[in-house]
Ligand binder design. Structure first.
Ligand code: NAD
Length: 350
Protein backbone atom coordinates (compact mmCIF):
# COMPACT_ATOMS: atom_id res chain seq x y z
CA UNK A 1 0.00 0.00 0.00
CA UNK A 2 1.44 3.39 -1.00
CA UNK A 3 0.42 6.14 1.44
CA UNK A 4 -0.08 9.44 -0.34
CA UNK A 5 -0.27 13.10 0.53
CA UNK A 6 -1.44 15.90 -1.75
CA UNK A 7 -0.01 19.41 -1.58
CA UNK A 8 -2.40 21.88 -3.27
CA UNK A 9 -6.00 20.72 -2.88
CA UNK A 10 -7.62 22.78 -5.65
CA UNK A 11 -9.06 21.49 -8.92
CA UNK A 12 -6.34 18.96 -9.65
CA UNK A 13 -5.83 18.03 -6.00
CA UNK A 14 -9.51 17.03 -5.83
CA UNK A 15 -9.14 15.08 -9.09
CA UNK A 16 -6.25 13.18 -7.53
CA UNK A 17 -8.26 12.42 -4.40
CA UNK A 18 -11.09 11.03 -6.55
CA UNK A 19 -8.58 8.91 -8.44
CA UNK A 20 -6.99 7.59 -5.21
CA UNK A 21 -10.43 6.36 -4.14
CA UNK A 22 -10.42 4.10 -7.23
CA UNK A 23 -6.97 2.60 -6.59
CA UNK A 24 -6.74 -0.32 -4.22
CA UNK A 25 -3.00 -0.07 -3.67
CA UNK A 26 -2.90 3.64 -2.91
CA UNK A 27 -4.26 5.21 0.24
CA UNK A 28 -4.68 8.96 0.54
CA UNK A 29 -3.75 9.86 4.11
CA UNK A 30 -3.39 13.65 4.10
CA UNK A 31 -3.98 16.76 2.03
CA UNK A 32 -2.75 20.30 2.41
CA UNK A 33 -3.84 23.66 1.05
CA UNK A 34 -3.07 27.17 2.27
CA UNK A 35 -6.73 28.03 1.60
CA UNK A 36 -8.76 26.29 4.35
CA UNK A 37 -11.93 26.50 2.20
CA UNK A 38 -10.41 23.98 -0.19
CA UNK A 39 -10.02 21.49 2.67
CA UNK A 40 -13.70 21.55 3.68
CA UNK A 41 -14.64 18.60 1.48
CA UNK A 42 -11.53 16.49 2.03
CA UNK A 43 -12.45 12.78 2.11
CA UNK A 44 -13.39 11.35 5.48
CA UNK A 45 -10.46 10.07 7.52
CA UNK A 46 -7.92 12.12 5.57
CA UNK A 47 -5.88 14.55 7.72
CA UNK A 48 -5.89 18.15 6.49
CA UNK A 49 -3.19 20.80 6.92
CA UNK A 50 -2.73 24.40 5.84
CA UNK A 51 1.04 24.14 5.51
CA UNK A 52 3.13 21.78 3.42
CA UNK A 53 5.68 21.47 6.24
CA UNK A 54 3.06 19.93 8.56
CA UNK A 55 2.09 17.36 5.94
CA UNK A 56 5.73 16.57 5.21
CA UNK A 57 6.42 16.01 8.91
CA UNK A 58 4.17 12.93 8.83
CA UNK A 59 6.35 9.86 8.65
CA UNK A 60 3.55 7.72 7.18
CA UNK A 61 3.34 9.78 3.97
CA UNK A 62 5.41 7.88 1.42
CA UNK A 63 4.61 9.77 -1.81
CA UNK A 64 3.49 13.35 -2.31
CA UNK A 65 1.52 14.64 -5.25
CA UNK A 66 2.34 18.28 -5.90
CA UNK A 67 -0.64 20.11 -7.41
CA UNK A 68 0.00 23.73 -6.53
CA UNK A 69 0.21 26.44 -9.25
CA UNK A 70 3.18 26.07 -11.61
CA UNK A 71 5.46 28.68 -10.06
CA UNK A 72 5.48 26.76 -6.75
CA UNK A 73 6.56 23.38 -8.14
CA UNK A 74 10.29 23.92 -7.59
CA UNK A 75 9.84 25.05 -3.98
CA UNK A 76 7.57 22.08 -3.20
CA UNK A 77 9.81 19.54 -4.91
CA UNK A 78 12.77 20.79 -2.88
CA UNK A 79 10.75 20.54 0.34
CA UNK A 80 9.43 17.06 -0.45
CA UNK A 81 12.87 15.78 -1.46
CA UNK A 82 14.45 17.18 1.73
CA UNK A 83 11.73 15.36 3.72
CA UNK A 84 12.62 12.09 1.94
CA UNK A 85 9.28 11.74 0.12
CA UNK A 86 8.78 10.15 -3.29
CA UNK A 87 7.31 12.73 -5.67
CA UNK A 88 4.65 12.95 -8.36
CA UNK A 89 4.65 16.54 -9.60
CA UNK A 90 1.98 18.08 -11.76
CA UNK A 91 2.76 19.29 -15.25
CA UNK A 92 4.29 21.55 -16.45
CA UNK A 93 7.04 20.21 -14.19
CA UNK A 94 8.75 23.58 -14.09
CA UNK A 95 8.57 27.09 -15.50
CA UNK A 96 12.01 26.79 -17.13
CA UNK A 97 14.60 24.15 -17.95
CA UNK A 98 16.91 25.72 -15.35
CA UNK A 99 14.21 25.29 -12.67
CA UNK A 100 13.68 21.70 -13.75
CA UNK A 101 17.41 20.99 -13.44
CA UNK A 102 17.30 22.29 -9.85
CA UNK A 103 14.39 19.94 -9.14
CA UNK A 104 16.31 16.97 -10.53
CA UNK A 105 19.37 17.98 -8.51
CA UNK A 106 17.25 18.09 -5.34
CA UNK A 107 15.72 14.64 -5.85
CA UNK A 108 19.05 13.09 -6.82
CA UNK A 109 20.74 14.58 -3.75
CA UNK A 110 17.98 13.27 -1.51
CA UNK A 111 17.89 9.86 -3.23
CA UNK A 112 14.13 10.01 -3.84
CA UNK A 113 12.20 9.28 -7.02
CA UNK A 114 10.24 11.85 -9.00
CA UNK A 115 7.89 11.52 -11.93
CA UNK A 116 5.57 14.00 -13.61
CA UNK A 117 1.82 13.59 -14.03
CA UNK A 118 1.65 13.49 -17.86
CA UNK A 119 -1.54 11.45 -17.73
CA UNK A 120 -2.64 12.55 -21.23
CA UNK A 121 -0.32 9.87 -22.57
CA UNK A 122 -3.32 7.66 -21.71
CA UNK A 123 -5.98 9.72 -23.57
CA UNK A 124 -8.19 7.51 -25.74
CA UNK A 125 -7.97 9.72 -28.85
CA UNK A 126 -4.19 10.00 -28.62
CA UNK A 127 -3.69 6.31 -27.94
CA UNK A 128 -5.93 5.43 -30.89
CA UNK A 129 -3.85 7.58 -33.28
CA UNK A 130 -0.62 6.26 -31.77
CA UNK A 131 -1.84 2.73 -32.44
CA UNK A 132 -2.52 3.70 -36.08
CA UNK A 133 1.03 5.07 -36.29
CA UNK A 134 2.76 2.23 -34.39
CA UNK A 135 1.03 -0.49 -36.43
CA UNK A 136 1.85 1.36 -39.68
CA UNK A 137 -1.81 1.13 -40.71
CA UNK A 138 -1.35 4.04 -43.15
CA UNK A 139 1.95 3.04 -44.80
CA UNK A 140 4.51 5.83 -44.60
CA UNK A 141 3.05 8.68 -42.58
CA UNK A 142 3.74 12.18 -43.91
CA UNK A 143 1.49 14.32 -41.67
CA UNK A 144 -0.02 14.23 -38.18
CA UNK A 145 -2.35 16.97 -36.95
CA UNK A 146 -3.43 17.30 -33.34
CA UNK A 147 -6.12 19.94 -32.81
CA UNK A 148 -7.86 21.23 -29.70
CA UNK A 149 -10.42 24.00 -29.95
CA UNK A 150 -12.47 25.52 -27.17
CA UNK A 151 -14.74 28.47 -26.53
CA UNK A 152 -15.10 31.28 -23.99
CA UNK A 153 -11.37 31.83 -23.86
CA UNK A 154 -11.19 29.00 -21.35
CA UNK A 155 -8.78 30.90 -19.11
CA UNK A 156 -9.45 31.38 -15.44
CA UNK A 157 -7.92 32.02 -12.01
CA UNK A 158 -4.10 32.10 -11.94
CA UNK A 159 -3.97 30.84 -15.56
CA UNK A 160 -4.44 34.45 -16.80
CA UNK A 161 -1.29 35.70 -15.04
CA UNK A 162 2.07 35.07 -16.77
CA UNK A 163 3.94 35.50 -13.48
CA UNK A 164 1.94 32.57 -12.01
CA UNK A 165 2.69 30.26 -14.93
CA UNK A 166 -0.47 31.02 -16.89
CA UNK A 167 -1.09 30.63 -20.61
CA UNK A 168 -2.04 27.72 -22.78
CA UNK A 169 1.47 26.59 -23.74
CA UNK A 170 2.16 25.79 -20.08
CA UNK A 171 -1.33 24.43 -19.55
CA UNK A 172 -2.18 22.22 -22.57
CA UNK A 173 0.86 22.78 -24.76
CA UNK A 174 2.98 20.63 -22.48
CA UNK A 175 0.53 17.72 -22.93
CA UNK A 176 0.10 18.10 -26.69
CA UNK A 177 3.85 18.37 -27.32
CA UNK A 178 4.54 15.42 -25.02
CA UNK A 179 2.01 13.31 -26.96
CA UNK A 180 3.53 14.11 -30.37
CA UNK A 181 7.08 13.52 -29.13
CA UNK A 182 6.02 10.15 -27.67
CA UNK A 183 4.17 9.19 -30.84
CA UNK A 184 6.69 9.78 -33.64
CA UNK A 185 9.63 7.37 -33.56
CA UNK A 186 12.10 9.86 -34.97
CA UNK A 187 14.01 12.97 -33.96
CA UNK A 188 12.30 16.36 -34.44
CA UNK A 189 14.83 18.50 -36.32
CA UNK A 190 13.05 21.84 -36.34
CA UNK A 191 10.05 23.65 -34.93
CA UNK A 192 8.09 26.66 -36.16
CA UNK A 193 5.45 28.25 -33.96
CA UNK A 194 2.86 30.98 -33.94
CA UNK A 195 1.46 32.08 -30.57
CA UNK A 196 -1.25 34.66 -30.00
CA UNK A 197 -3.16 36.42 -27.25
CA UNK A 198 -6.58 36.43 -28.90
CA UNK A 199 -8.85 37.56 -26.08
CA UNK A 200 -6.47 37.30 -23.12
CA UNK A 201 -4.28 40.37 -22.85
CA UNK A 202 -1.41 38.85 -20.95
CA UNK A 203 -1.12 35.16 -21.77
CA UNK A 204 -1.18 33.02 -24.90
CA UNK A 205 -4.58 31.50 -25.72
CA UNK A 206 -3.81 30.30 -29.27
CA UNK A 207 -0.85 28.48 -30.74
CA UNK A 208 0.13 26.51 -33.80
CA UNK A 209 3.32 24.47 -33.69
CA UNK A 210 4.92 22.68 -36.65
CA UNK A 211 7.54 19.99 -36.19
CA UNK A 212 9.70 18.56 -38.96
CA UNK A 213 11.03 15.11 -38.13
CA UNK A 214 14.16 13.39 -39.43
CA UNK A 215 12.00 10.60 -40.93
CA UNK A 216 10.01 13.08 -43.09
CA UNK A 217 6.94 13.33 -40.85
CA UNK A 218 5.46 16.78 -40.29
CA UNK A 219 3.47 17.15 -37.09
CA UNK A 220 1.17 20.08 -36.44
CA UNK A 221 -0.37 21.00 -33.12
CA UNK A 222 -3.04 23.68 -33.03
CA UNK A 223 -4.86 24.92 -29.95
CA UNK A 224 -7.37 27.73 -29.76
CA UNK A 225 -9.35 28.62 -26.66
CA UNK A 226 -11.59 30.99 -28.63
CA UNK A 227 -12.32 28.98 -31.74
CA UNK A 228 -16.08 28.68 -31.08
CA UNK A 229 -16.21 25.34 -32.88
CA UNK A 230 -15.10 23.21 -29.96
CA UNK A 231 -13.54 19.86 -30.71
CA UNK A 232 -10.61 17.55 -30.15
CA UNK A 233 -9.46 16.25 -33.50
CA UNK A 234 -6.64 14.34 -35.16
CA UNK A 235 -5.64 13.74 -38.76
CA UNK A 236 -2.91 11.38 -39.85
CA UNK A 237 -2.04 11.02 -43.52
CA UNK A 238 0.03 8.18 -44.96
CA UNK A 239 0.79 6.60 -48.31
CA UNK A 240 -1.98 3.99 -47.94
CA UNK A 241 -4.72 5.94 -46.18
CA UNK A 242 -5.90 8.79 -44.00
CA UNK A 243 -7.11 8.48 -40.42
CA UNK A 244 -9.32 11.03 -38.68
CA UNK A 245 -10.67 11.49 -35.21
CA UNK A 246 -13.15 14.31 -35.13
CA UNK A 247 -14.91 14.49 -31.84
CA UNK A 248 -15.36 16.25 -28.58
CA UNK A 249 -14.06 14.70 -25.38
CA UNK A 250 -15.88 11.44 -25.12
CA UNK A 251 -15.87 8.48 -22.81
CA UNK A 252 -13.96 5.31 -23.63
CA UNK A 253 -15.21 3.66 -26.81
CA UNK A 254 -16.86 6.77 -28.21
CA UNK A 255 -13.98 8.16 -30.20
CA UNK A 256 -15.50 9.30 -33.48
CA UNK A 257 -13.25 8.56 -36.39
CA UNK A 258 -12.28 6.33 -39.27
CA UNK A 259 -9.57 5.26 -41.64
CA UNK A 260 -10.25 6.11 -45.28
CA UNK A 261 -8.52 4.34 -48.17
CA UNK A 262 -8.79 4.24 -51.94
CA UNK A 263 -9.37 1.09 -53.99
CA UNK A 264 -6.86 2.36 -56.55
CA UNK A 265 -4.95 5.52 -57.34
CA UNK A 266 -6.29 7.47 -60.30
CA UNK A 267 -3.93 7.30 -63.26
CA UNK A 268 -5.17 10.65 -64.52
CA UNK A 269 -7.66 13.20 -63.25
CA UNK A 270 -11.23 12.74 -64.56
CA UNK A 271 -11.82 14.33 -67.94
CA UNK A 272 -14.92 16.17 -66.82
CA UNK A 273 -15.11 19.29 -64.69
CA UNK A 274 -16.94 19.26 -61.37
CA UNK A 275 -18.66 22.45 -60.32
CA UNK A 276 -18.10 23.19 -56.61
CA UNK A 277 -18.96 26.18 -54.46
CA UNK A 278 -15.35 27.24 -55.01
CA UNK A 279 -15.74 27.05 -58.78
CA UNK A 280 -14.84 24.40 -61.36
CA UNK A 281 -12.24 21.75 -60.56
CA UNK A 282 -10.99 18.43 -61.86
CA UNK A 283 -8.47 17.47 -59.14
CA UNK A 284 -10.82 18.09 -56.21
CA UNK A 285 -14.08 16.90 -57.74
CA UNK A 286 -16.33 14.20 -56.30
CA UNK A 287 -14.70 10.76 -56.05
CA UNK A 288 -16.13 8.17 -58.41
CA UNK A 289 -18.50 5.75 -56.58
CA UNK A 290 -16.58 3.02 -54.78
CA UNK A 291 -13.20 4.76 -54.98
CA UNK A 292 -13.05 5.62 -51.26
CA UNK A 293 -13.86 3.14 -48.55
CA UNK A 294 -13.76 3.29 -44.77
CA UNK A 295 -12.36 1.09 -42.02
CA UNK A 296 -12.85 1.46 -38.28
CA UNK A 297 -10.04 2.81 -36.14
CA UNK A 298 -8.30 0.29 -33.89
CA UNK A 299 -9.89 -0.10 -30.49
CA UNK A 300 -7.74 0.87 -27.54
CA UNK A 301 -8.45 0.43 -23.86
CA UNK A 302 -6.86 3.13 -21.81
CA UNK A 303 -7.71 5.60 -19.08
CA UNK A 304 -5.90 8.14 -16.92
CA UNK A 305 -5.94 5.68 -14.03
CA UNK A 306 -3.26 3.78 -16.00
CA UNK A 307 -0.72 6.46 -15.03
CA UNK A 308 -1.12 5.35 -11.40
CA UNK A 309 -1.29 1.65 -12.26
CA UNK A 310 2.12 2.12 -13.91
CA UNK A 311 3.34 4.04 -10.84
CA UNK A 312 2.29 1.23 -8.50
CA UNK A 313 3.88 -1.44 -10.71
CA UNK A 314 7.06 0.58 -11.17
CA UNK A 315 7.37 1.04 -7.40
CA UNK A 316 7.18 -2.75 -7.08
CA UNK A 317 9.88 -3.11 -9.74
CA UNK A 318 7.46 -4.84 -12.13
CA UNK A 319 7.79 -2.28 -14.94
CA UNK A 320 9.64 0.90 -15.89
CA UNK A 321 8.21 4.26 -14.89
CA UNK A 322 6.26 5.50 -17.90
CA UNK A 323 7.16 9.17 -17.51
CA UNK A 324 10.92 9.65 -17.28
CA UNK A 325 12.67 12.89 -16.30
CA UNK A 326 14.84 13.22 -19.48
CA UNK A 327 11.64 13.08 -21.58
CA UNK A 328 10.09 15.80 -19.44
CA UNK A 329 13.21 17.95 -19.77
CA UNK A 330 13.17 17.47 -23.55
CA UNK A 331 9.60 18.79 -23.76
CA UNK A 332 10.55 21.83 -21.65
CA UNK A 333 13.46 22.50 -24.07
CA UNK A 334 11.05 22.24 -27.00
CA UNK A 335 8.70 24.70 -25.29
CA UNK A 336 11.62 27.16 -25.15
CA UNK A 337 12.18 26.65 -28.89
CA UNK A 338 8.44 27.19 -29.50
CA UNK A 339 8.58 30.54 -27.68
CA UNK A 340 11.74 31.53 -29.53
CA UNK A 341 10.17 30.70 -32.89
CA UNK A 342 6.97 32.60 -32.06
CA UNK A 343 9.04 35.61 -30.99
CA UNK A 344 11.35 35.65 -34.02
CA UNK A 345 8.96 34.29 -36.69
CA UNK A 346 11.75 31.90 -37.68
CA UNK A 347 11.91 28.15 -37.45
CA UNK A 348 14.27 26.90 -34.76
CA UNK A 349 16.61 23.94 -35.23
CA UNK A 350 16.29 21.39 -32.45
N1 NAD B 1 -2.41 16.97 -15.48
C1 NAD B 1 -3.45 17.71 -15.81
O1 NAD B 1 -4.21 17.40 -16.71
C2 NAD B 1 -3.71 18.98 -15.06
C3 NAD B 1 -4.98 19.59 -15.11
C4 NAD B 1 -5.18 20.77 -14.38
C5 NAD B 1 -4.14 21.31 -13.64
N2 NAD B 1 -2.91 20.69 -13.63
C6 NAD B 1 -1.80 21.25 -12.88
O2 NAD B 1 -2.07 21.15 -11.48
C7 NAD B 1 -1.51 22.27 -10.79
C8 NAD B 1 -2.65 22.95 -10.02
O3 NAD B 1 -3.60 23.42 -10.93
P1 NAD B 1 -5.14 23.59 -10.50
O4 NAD B 1 -5.89 23.84 -11.76
O5 NAD B 1 -5.54 22.48 -9.61
O6 NAD B 1 -5.05 24.94 -9.68
P2 NAD B 1 -6.00 25.38 -8.49
O7 NAD B 1 -5.80 26.85 -8.35
O8 NAD B 1 -7.38 24.87 -8.68
O9 NAD B 1 -5.37 24.63 -7.23
C9 NAD B 1 -4.14 24.98 -6.67
C10 NAD B 1 -4.28 24.94 -5.16
O10 NAD B 1 -2.99 25.14 -4.57
C11 NAD B 1 -3.20 25.88 -3.37
N3 NAD B 1 -1.94 26.48 -2.94
C12 NAD B 1 -1.36 27.61 -3.39
N4 NAD B 1 -0.20 27.81 -2.73
C13 NAD B 1 -0.04 26.78 -1.87
C14 NAD B 1 0.96 26.43 -0.94
N5 NAD B 1 2.07 27.19 -0.77
N6 NAD B 1 0.79 25.31 -0.22
C15 NAD B 1 -0.30 24.54 -0.36
N7 NAD B 1 -1.31 24.84 -1.22
C16 NAD B 1 -1.17 25.93 -1.98
C17 NAD B 1 -4.27 26.89 -3.76
O11 NAD B 1 -4.93 27.42 -2.61
C18 NAD B 1 -5.18 26.05 -4.62
O12 NAD B 1 -6.24 25.48 -3.88
C19 NAD B 1 -0.87 23.15 -11.87
O13 NAD B 1 0.50 22.86 -11.96
C20 NAD B 1 -1.59 22.73 -13.14
O14 NAD B 1 -0.82 22.94 -14.32
C21 NAD B 1 -2.70 19.55 -14.30
Amino acid sequence: MIKMGIIGFGFMGHEHANMMARLEEIELVSVCDTDPRQLADAPEGVETYTSADELLARSDVDTVIISVPNTLHLEMVEKCAAAGKQIICEKPAAMTVAEFDKMVEAVEKAGVHMTIHQQRRWDVDYRTMKEVYDRKLLGDVYLIKSQLYGFNGNMHDWHVYPELGGGMLYDWGVHLIDQIIQMVDSRPVSVYADMKNVINANVDDYFKILFEYENGVTAEIELGTYYLTPKRAWFTGGTTGSAVIDGTFRAQGNTEGKIVRTTHLLQSVPGRLTMTSAGPTRSFGEPEPGLLYEEPLPEVHTEHRDFFVNYINARKGLEEYAVMLPEVRNVLCIMDAVRQSARTHQSVKL
